[in-house]
Design a protein around this ligand. Structure first.
Ligand SMILES: Nc1nc2c(c(=O)[nH]1)N[C@H]1C(S)=C(S)[C@@H](COP(=O)(O)O)O[C@H]1N2
Ligand SMILES: [Mo]
Length: 242
């Protein structure tokens, strides 16, 4: 079970999703081909995946061989890979944004270095390396919803792939942070659902969320855009309780 995230996902955006993958471990395949990661003296630090549609996506060899479930995926959610998601075979690397890890309609793999080769999006001003940032999102209530006063569940998802989510907090109108209840962690590579029961009072209110990962890092309030390596900031939702 791995949550994929697009580097173009804005704070609060929809370009993040969870699926169950099946495939071949990339580390095993590379090992059979005699590849060693840089930490063991291997000369190649970049794995470039190319596809039938002319995409080129570069991932760190160290990351794909560090024991995580980096794979060539053949199936998704118990079925053959759907065409839109890369049939017949794609890469999946937990913890890296899609543009540096998730090549679909895979045709070939090349071992090279970051110094020698820039992949498709890197040539277009995105970073060479892009681990997924710790983020959280409010899914309910929706922006500008009008819930009735009383208990209103505030809920959503939080993700910090390959680190895992330790805590999610919610606050109302800039007040104290309240710790949300977390669903059981599936794996540290998947997002975690959370809920906090708010005693809503009449009027217009701003809800904000922030997550802390299992490395102890709390997501920053500082808003940055998606270029060059992923957006940051707290997601907020304004509601009118009537
Ligand atoms: N061949 C190919 N692979 C690709 C892309 C692409 O344009 N072509 N887009 C990448 C990006 S930016 C992301 S975020 C993921 C999205 O995977 P999904 O369509 O399964 O959600 O695919 C990646 N793999
Ligand atoms: Mo993406």
């Amino acid at each position: 079970d791995i949550t994929l995230t697009c580097v173009s996902n804005e704070v609060g955006g929809p370009y993040v999703g969870n699926a169950r993958w099946i495939g071949v471990r990339l580390a095993d395949l590379l090992g059979e081909a005699g590849v060693e990661p840089p930490s063991k003296g291997g000369p190649a630090d970049q794995l470039v995946a190319r596809s039938v549609d002319g995409m080129a996506i570069g991932s760190p060899v160290e990351t794909v061989m560090d024991g995580r479930d980096a794979m060539l995926a053949l199936g998704m959610n118990g079925e053959p890979l759907p065409f839109d998601h890369g049939f017949p075979v794609r890469m999946v690397v937990p913890g890296l944004y899609g543009y540096v890890s998730a090549c679909k309609w895979l045709q070939d793999l090349e071992l090279t270095t970051f110094a020698d080769y820039d992949a498709y999006w890197v040539k277009r001003s995105w970073s060479r390396r892009a681990p997924i940032k710790t983020e959280s999102r409010i899914d309910t209530p929706r922006p500008f919803a009008s819930p009735e006063p009383g208990v209103v569940p505030v809920a959503g998802v939080a993700w910090a792939q390959h680190r895992g989510i330790a805590r999610v907090e919610v606050r109302v109108d800039g007040g104290d942070w309240h710790t949300a209840r977390l669903a059981a962690q599936d794996t540290k590579d998947t997002w975690r659902q959370w809920v906090w029961e708010w005693r809503a009072t009449t009027g217009s209110h701003t809800l904000e969320v922030r997550a802390t990962d299992l490395d102890g890092y709390t997501q920053t309030e500082k808003r940055v855009g998606t270029v060059p390596d992923g957006a940051t900031g707290w997601h907020s939702v304004v509601v009118d309780v009537t």
